[in-house]
Design a protein around this ligand. Structure first.
Ligand SMILES: Cc1ncc(COP(=O)(O)O)c(C=O)c1O
Length: 395
């Protein structure tokens, strides 16, 4: 059997991460959320260029807390969301009692189509929850300006896009709240983990409480805590549950890994972007799309979308058979496996009302005819060239 193997992720958790955890465990007694979590939040905020960050146990928990924050302001309403996203972007909307309203995506940045968002905004719209897919920025000045003028809240899912930029600023700095994931396969990892980011102190206070059971003692400001202590004199200060919250905290161990991973995040992003460029330059542009909007990109997985002529089940079978034979791990459909409208949890939510897939043309293309494969910093040009040769020879 051939020795060649190209996994989805490689070496994302390395020797120095292990050492950092060992050193920490040797000296520390408190392992639940404590000083290291705070330190990671501060270092992440500095890296991201944002005021406040709240470390949670996954990107999905970050999504849940962001939408739960909206629930503290609105009882009901519509939230616009792309069909190409992760399930928790949509399930957090459904589970919080809001209605998801779907828009299709562009093929050049895999983000929601601006004109469709604007068309679907109405009196019931409370927020737009965008996803920066696979390291692409999906924001535009026009959209940001429009949402501001209509006082519609912008949430950014940056779980796949650490370090991606719009107008020279990192994505995740444009919405009221932004979410990141540190799942093993992403730009950086805490094994499992996520971050909620905001520049708004009130949002920060509420998200901190929502993260920890809704407890008032989780708020960062004495003034926030005192307000409740004074109002609820019949309650013990330690046990005032201000909001219907969750427990989605992480641990000191995960924070120690995050702090260490941050040290090489920038250099990894540079290497991965170089790999992505080299990959696109060596890919057959008659078979696969190679012209993406690369402004501000921060890639972590190599993207393959079939060109129009090759969008057939026959070519797809041959493509998958070749990749399996050559031991190249792949995922079909990008973020969340493609068009979320096809998933049972969305179909069940809308019951008899079916979405017409013809209105989500590009999500359908991604769903049936797109893939991603691993892109890691240690990948060599030689290996990328070999992978491209394999892909280019599929017939
Ligand atoms: C766009 C996007 N949002 C949210 C998530 C959820 O992150 P997590 O796996 O950390 O829950 C993912 C997961 O990969 C994702 O790709």
């Amino acid at each position: 059997m051939s020795k060649f193997f190209h996994p989805l992720m490689h070496n994302n958790f390395n020797r120095s991460d292990i050492t950092s955890v060992k050193n920490f465990l040797d000296k520390s007694k408190i392992l639940t959320s404590n000083k290291k979590v705070k330190e990671f939040e501060e270092k992440w905020s500095r890296w991201q260029g944002i005021k406040y960050s709240v470390f949670v146990n996954s990107g999905s928990s970050a999504n849940l807390l962001s939408v739960s924050y909206l629930k503290t302001i609105y009882d009901s309403g519509e939230i616009i969301v792309p069909t190409l996203t992760w399930s928790s972007d949509i399930s957090s909307i459904i589970n919080s009692g809001f209605k998801p309203v779907f828009v299709d995506i562009n093929l050049n940045n895999l983000g929601a189509i601006e004109e469709e968002i604007i068309k679907k905004i109405n009196k019931k719209t409370i927020a737009v929850f965008l996803t920066h897919v696979l390291g692409f920025n999906c924001l535009s000045s026009k959209l940001i300006k429009y949402l501001k003028s209509k006082k519609i809240i912008l949430l950014e899912d940056c779980c796949e896009s650490h370090g991606a930029k719009f107008n020279k600023k990192r994505v995740g700095n444009f919405g009221l709240i932004s979410n990141f994931s540190f799942y093993y396969a992403h730009h950086m990892t805490t094994i499992e983990g996520g971050m909620v980011c905001t520049n708004n102190k009130k949002v920060y206070e509420i998200v901190r409480m929502l993260r920890g059971h809704g407890l008032v003692r989780e708020a960062s400001l004495k003034s926030t805590r005192n307000k409740y202590f004074k109002k609820y004199k019949d309650l013990n200060d330690q046990f005032i549950f201000s909001l219907p919250g969750y427990n989605v905290r992480s641990t000191e161990i995960n924070a120690v890994i995050g702090i260490n991973q941050l040290k090489y995040l920038n250099s990894n992003i540079i290497k991965r972007n170089q790999n992505f460029n080299y990959f696109l330059n060596n890919l057959d542009n008659e078979k696969y799309l190679t012209k993406f909007n690369l402004n501000g990109v921060s890639n972590y997985a190599l993207i393959i979308i079939f060109h129009k002529k090759f969008r057939t089940i026959k070519f797809r079978s041959s493509f998958e058979k070749t990749l399996k034979a050559k031991r190249i791990e792949f995922r079909r459909g990008m973020a969340g496996g493609g068009n979320q409208l096809r998933q049972p949890y969305v179909r069940d939510y809308f019951k008899n009302k079916k979405h017409e897939m013809k209105f989500f043309k590009n999500s359908e293309i991604v769903h049936f005819y797109s893939y991603y494969i691993g892109n890691f910093p240690s990948l060599t040009k030689k290996k990328i060239k070999l992978i491209c040769k394999i892909l280019n020879n599929v017939n």
